[in-house]
Design a protein around this ligand. Structure first.
Ligand code: CA
Length: 221
């Protein structure tokens, strides 16, 4: 009994440590659950940036661009099914860079793709470590298309950029994002000024790091 109790305590400590440290979208990409088991990451879409977040309901695992690809969408389709694919969020599981026709995705990277009617693909981070967060988000053109990229907190946009094609990078950095329990930070991609979703594959690297860990939520004081 004592041994079991010690194991339970060790597991709880490990879970707590995982839930309070820096969060990285690619390393913690969840293929089994959406939201992820610790509740920090969710994958979905929005019709408007300030609209309701709809979590994807179906996971996919496919071979495409001669690479192993996993991810989430509403249809259960991934990048292999053209107009049925999108929006979706994917992860490169091939262990190497993807070099496909019109696609260049870094090793182990997460990427996302908007929908044909302008639906935003969204990766959502939910704050579990109350306090000030350092948020770094890098978006890059992994396809030939033009896109618009955004960072929002609680559905209010705090940054946006535009990507004009493959290889272009837009980066958001903020060391002072106040984020308390249940606050959400969304990273989104839309189909851009051309209003066409073809080739809008967009790489996403995000790190959220608590820098005033354990702070009290002023809304509850
Ligand atoms: Ca586009």
């Amino acid at each position: 009994m004592k041994t079991q109790l010690m194991i339970c305590i060790a597991l709880l400590v490990a879970i707590a440590a995982a839930a309070t440290g820096a969060a990285t979208v690619a390393q913690e990409f969840s293929e089994q659950r959406n939201p992820s088991i610790d509740g920090r990451w969710a994958y979905g879409w929005k019709r408007q940036l300030n609209g309701d977040f709809q979590a994807f309901t179906r996971a996919f695992a496919v071979s495409w661009w001669n690479a192993s690809v996993t991810g989430w969408s509403m249809s259960g389709e991934g990048p292999q099914h053209g107009s049925h694919c999108c929006p979706y969020v994917g992860r490169n599981r091939s262990g190497r860079q993807i070099l496909g026709t019109g696609a260049r995705v870094g090793k182990d990277d997460v990427w996302f793709h908007p929908g044909a009617s302008g639906e935003f693909a969204v990766v959502r981070f939910t704050c579990h470590s109350p306090g000030r967060q350092k948020v770094v988000a890098k978006f890059y053109g992994a396809g030939d298309g033009q896109t618009d990229v955004h960072v929002s907190k609680n559905n209010t946009e705090i940054w946006s950029g535009a990507i004009g094609g493959m290889g272009q990078i837009r980066e958001y950095q903020n060391a002072g994002v106040e984020c308390y329990a249940s606050d959400v930070i969304d990273f989104a991609v839309g189909f851009g000024a051309d209003r066409v979703y073809y080739g809008d594959i967009t790489g996403l690297a995000v790190t959220v790091e608590p820098i005033t860990e354990g702070a009290m939520d002023p809304r509850r004081q």
